[in-house]
Design a protein around this ligand. Structure first.
Ligand code: IPE
Ligand code: IPE
Ligand code: MG
Length: 260
């Protein structure tokens, strides 16, 4: 991929990342990248720090990943920040996570706008603390006209919960004769998901070496290429993202068909 003279942000690339960018095939870029950001707790434990220090350190990785994705002209980036199941964690950890999220929004909103990035939330927003909801809505509204990249944060997100929500809405439409059961198809279901209108993720990245999807985008990852890196989320930087995309470009996507 050729480096463009004009980039959305004066974003400096180190020599190694530059070489990696040049290795990319511009015709085989993923449209949508989804990331399970994992390993914050282990990152902190290894340094004899409290787990929340790992969450705080993870913010830098978020910033770098968002800006590198934008720089590469990725259409959509989805980061898994808090699952519906993460409420099981100690209250103190959950409240720090919520506080960090608000801090991130306050600090980054201007940069998101400058980089023409549209911020959105995937998940059951109603169950989040009121102040968090207020900031999320503000962030969403303030960036709604941006056209450069869609940046989704999955919050209080569960893949099964998303499907339950979608089926409920479909049932209501059927009851009110807005939808015929015999006509029900995959796009009707897609249209009711939190991700309606977005392409499915082409590349799913999970950090920290865990080989599972942890209830993330269950419907949407049907044919995603999965790349797991041992790097812990707070250490994840642009060169790791590039490594994932380079690996993605080596894969052969058959969608059940035969080799081209
Ligand atoms: C990912 O890191 C962040 C969230 C799930 C909120 P973890 O907190 O899961 O870190 P590990 O897996 O315990 O190392
Ligand atoms: C998945 O990580 C959720 C997020 C990254 C937000 P977890 O750490 O919660 O997943 P499990 O418990 O290891 O499956
Ligand atoms: Mg984890």
């Amino acid at each position: 991929m050729k480096l463009k003279a004009e980039q959305p942000d004066p974003f400096l690339l180190d020599a190694r990342s530059k070489r990696m960018v040049e290795e990319l095939d511009p015709n085989r870029m993923p449209r949508h990248i989804a990331v399970i950001m994992d390993g914050n707790g282990r990152w902190a434990q290894r340094r004899h720090l409290p787990r929340v220090a790992g969450h705080r350190a993870g913010i830098e990785a978020v910033r770098d990943t968002v800006e590198m994705s934008r720089w590469l002209n990725i259409e959509a980036l989805t980061l898994y920040a808090f699952s519906k199941e993460n409420w099981k964690r100690p209250k103190s950890e959950v409240s720090v996570l919520m506080r960090l999220l608000r801090e991130y929004l306050h600090k980054e909103l201007a940069r998101l706008n400058r980089n023409n990035i549209r911020f959105q939330v995937l998940g059951r927003m109603d169950d989040l603390p009121a102040l968090v909801q207020k900031d999320l809505v503000y962030g969403r509204e303030e960036t709604r006209n941006n056209t450069g990249m869609i940046f989704n944060v999955a919050l209080n997100y569960g893949g099964r919960a998303e499907l339950v929500d979608a089926f409920k809405r479909l049932a209501v439409r059927m009851r009110t004769n807005g939808l015929d059961l015999d006509q029900l198809n995959e796009s009707d279901i897609e249209g009711e998901l939190y991700t309606a209108g977005l392409p499915d993720p082409d590349l799913l990245i999970r950090t920290s070496g865990e080989m599972r999807v942890s209830n993330f985008l269950l419907w949407q990852i049907a044919y995603a290429e999965i790349w797991v890196t041992p790097v812990l989320w707070p250490d994840f930087r642009r060169q790791h993202l590039l490594e994932g995309i380079i690996e993605f470009q080596k894969r052969e996507r058959r969608y059940g068909g035969l080799q081209a």
